[in-house]
Design a protein around this ligand. Sequence first.
Ligand SMILES: [Zn+2]
Length: 333
Amino acid sequence: MPGHPRQAGPCSRECRGACDDSLWCGEGRVVEEFVMEPIPPYLFAFAVGELGFREVGPRTKIYSEAVPGVLDAAAKEFSGTEEMIKVVAHELAHSWTGNLITNKTNDHFWLNEVSQHMQRRIVEAVQGKERAALNIGIGWKLLVEDMERFKDNMEFTKLKTNQQGVDPDDVYSRVPYEKGFQFLWRIERQATNVPGIENHIDLKVWTEGTGIPPDAMEPASDIYAEIVSLANEFKVLALDARHRLSESKDYEVKVAFLQLAIASRCSNYYSEVEKTLKEVGRMQYLRPLYKALVQGTGKEEEKTFAKRVFSEACSCYHPIAQGVVEAILVKHT
Ligand SMILES: [Zn+2]
């Protein structure tokens, strides 16, 4: 948020009367002045127009243009906001990590995503330890997958990377989020004494080394352990019946479950997969679902399904996401 808005009349005392523009100097016109620190342009936005709001929860209002249809549509789109605590906590955390303290170049992007650690501390406080542990477990799984993805290009398994001449979108991954989280979690386990921490933790290995450091830790979560142990077994239905993961409003949980369902060829869930692919646009969800569908042999039905869903949904995806999914489909079909 920009600091200290100050209201003033349209003209300073000296210029009063000298202005012959009746709109600019009109009676009752108010000028808002903002005193701002320099900020990066991606954090800067104007919302101009006649705005109205709807309440979508005890602590959440949604603002949009004050036209009934638009306001209704916005309220519908964001109706589940309070259940998506994880996303809200993460973006809120960016007010400090990322926005208040910003990385100078994209090589240090992981500093921006220290928010991932704050997000999980908030989730733990609001939804409890088990839920936070499940999120950490899913993050761990994603980190391991990304280590595999970059096994021939280990530079991008580092926290501090060298992105000279590289398109950041090509190497975007969960590494800055999940390895960064693991680093902070490691510090937290040691944190009785922050000064001198370098005597206990190899900071250079963590920030500049490749791969997953030996003192990183897979979390202990009952639901997560169950998800991992059930992979490739036909117990997906029982798992879902117990924990209702396919109905989760938390897309990270839902997508992790649907990946498992696809891997187990549990076609009962393909309509849910299709629905999800048509309602999310974030690459972090699209990539694993499309990959799960088309990777591997003997999956002609899944490949045809993936191509059909993509052809129907792609116009709603961001061009970068379109390109990423297209590349996955071309590579595997
Ligand atoms: Zn973030």
